[in-house]
Design a protein around this ligand. Structure first.
Ligand code: SF4
Ligand code: SF4
Length: 219
């Protein structure tokens, strides 16, 4: 969401697009799982993440909220995030071998890492978080290969639409101080995009945009 960060402190100063090469490939992590621990509530999930997880695990969103996920408020908006386990401070999806147990359905934040997204002018680009991955010997890889995301064109549009929609709602909540709007908008966002199950035999994006139109108008 909205963060005031000095990019020169956290990145190599470059912005990347899908066809650019970037030093992000950590060689299958080789026994490391540092970035799957101690993440607090920072791995925020979007509707596609929930669609992928519920499909992969054959479990409802409510079921995942019992132990693997939690809800938190950021910039006035309630959204789900990965929950760190109390004893280990590790993501609940990290298995006993230190590997991601939901790798094919891992959330987009995990897919990108150590890349991040920076949003500007109605779009977004990628940047390399230079202090986050402990492997300093990473190789170059094409951004679109690294993020390993099917239906890339649809996905890029979805990422933008979701981000700028939340930004608009968040700004309205903060600027207006209207608690009843905040409650109504948060309830609509949670129920429509996360709690109401998706038809997992059908394409995600079509279903998302049907829901998006109704909630966008309401908000
Ligand atoms: S979902 Fe997988 S990749 Fe992401 S933090 Fe959890 S274990 Fe790590
Ligand atoms: S810190 Fe880097 S090497 Fe370690 S698990 Fe994360 S991405 Fe892989």
């Amino acid at each position: 969401m909205n963060r005031n960060i000095n990019m020169s402190d956290i990145s190599d100063g470059r912005l990347y697009e899908l066809n650019d090469m970037v030093k992000a490939d950590c060689g299958d992590c080789k026994g490391c799982h540092t970035c799957c621990t101690g993440m607090g509530s920072s791995v925020v999930l979007d509707p596609l993440d929930i669609y992928n997880m519920t499909k992969h695990l054959n479990a409802s969103f409510e079921k995942l909220l019992q132990d693997k996920l939690e809800l938190n408020v950021a910039d006035g908006i309630v959204l789900p995030n990965l929950k760190m386990e109390a004893a280990s401070d590790a993501c609940g999806f990290l298995d006993e071998n230190g590997r991601c147990s939901i790798h094919p359905a891992r959330p987009s934040v995990c897919r990108l890492f150590p890349l991040g997204r920076i949003y500007e002018n109605g779009g977004f680009k990628y940047f390399l978080q230079v202090h986050e991955c402990v492997n300093s010997n990473r190789s170059k890889v094409k951004v679109k290969k690294w993020i390993d995301t099917p239906d890339l064109q649809k996905n890029q549009k979805f990422v933008c639409d979701w981000h700028y929609f939340l930004k608009k709602v968040s700004e309205h909540i903060i600027e207006s101080g209207d608690d009843s709007f905040a409650k109504k908008a948060n309830m609509a966002i949670l129920t429509t995009f996360f709690v109401t199950p998706y038809d997992l035999s059908k394409d995600f994006y079509e279903q998302f945009y049907e829901r998006f139109e109704s909630v966008e108008q309401m908000c």
